[in-house]
Design a protein around this ligand. Structure first.
Ligand code: CNA
Length: 278
């Protein structure tokens, strides 16, 4: 696709044309796909941003490679690095960003088919997006269990362990306890597989704040129907964005991008008011 290739569905590959498409009432089933980049302005570091990302700051944990901190076989033998990091990622101390509120606004307008997130911080829910509109593809910190006997472990005790940076063990079998977030080497939750056909039925896709490097999530935007517009709001071009006639890349910060889109749709005041309530 070069700049002379005409789009199929939009009038042009611009934010204005996309806003017109939305205002004309064309999309009724929007699929949103998000990653750590929508939460960085809340104060939660992502993985892969150079300098500020977690992977760039793991040297102090003495890992063989950065991803090891979230690798189930590494965790079995060496859970301390994960529990050192868990304190930084643990929900409860962060406020949703205006990007999270934008997803809630889409829901309020009856346009949100589903929000697929890779994030484990639950900020979409805290912004008011109902649980049945969410697919938390990599699980979340809501709940934890023993990796051996699968016995659930009490919330109150894991909070203490994470706060004190100690490693919690199962009360029944003394196995390691792990929050219900999906590590490398573990299966994704069933809800991901039950919903992964939805991008193919959407009439607009919005992808925000993800490097699209973790499979199978990274394949979701490619499953959208070929003629539907796909908006990318991200600091860098990712995945197969730009290869389709109706791809609109908005390269930059998510919060700035959703404000620009809301403004172009005439929703900015509503969005700011919604965010102010969070
Ligand atoms: P990633 O690989 O760290 O990529 C983040 C992407 O977002 C990169 O392309 C950045 O350029 C981009 N980005 C960062 N900040 C912004 C911003 N303000 N505006 C626009 N773009 C931005 O993260 P992914 O989510 O793609 O990787 C998947 C992993 C990260 C999942 O398994 C998550 O569980 C995991 N993770 C989640 C959190 C969280 O829950 N908040 C935090 C850190 C990592």
């Amino acid at each position: 696709i070069d700049e002379h290739t005409p789009p199929d569905t939009l009038e042009s590959r611009t934010l204005e044309a996309l806003a017109k498409y939305i205002k004309d009432g064309e999309p009724k089933k929007i699929v949103v796909m998000t990653g750590a980049g929508i939460s960085t302005s809340a104060g939660i570091p992502d993985f892969r941003s150079p300098e500020t990302g977690l992977y760039a700051n793991l040297a102090k944990l003495n890992l063989p490679y950065a991803e090891a901190v979230f690798d189930i076989s590494f965790f079995r033998n060496n859970p301390e690095p994960f529990y050192t990091l868990a304190q930084e990622l643990y929900p409860g101390k962060y406020r949703p960003t205006i990007t999270h509120s934008f997803i809630k606004l889409l829901h309020d307008k009856g346009l949100l088919l589903k929000c697929f997130t890779q994030n484990i911080d639950t900020l979409e829910r805290e912004a008011g997006v109902p649980g049945d509109k969410m697919v938390e593809a990599h699980g979340s910190f809501a709940g934890q269990k023993c990796i051996e006997c699968r016995a659930p472990y009490p919330d109150a005790l894991i909070k203490i362990a994470i706060h004190e940076k100690t490693v919690p063990h199962c009360e029944a079998c003394n196995g390691l306890v792990k929050p219900n977030i999906v590590f490398f080497g573990e299966a994704l939750p069933e809800e991901f597989f039950l919903n992964r056909h939805l991008p193919a039925t959407a009439d607009l896709a919005i992808v925000m704040g993800t490097s699209l490097t973790v499979q199978p999530f990274a394949g979701l935007p490619s499953e959208c129907a070929p003629h539907i517009p796909r908006l990318l709001i991200n600091k860098e071009v990712v995945g197969d964005f730009g290869y389709r006639a109706d791809d609109v890349p908005l390269i930059g910060d998510c919060d700035t991008g959703v404000r620009a889109l809301a403004e172009a749709c005439g929703w900015l005041e509503e969005l700011e008011a919604l965010w102010a309530q969070t």
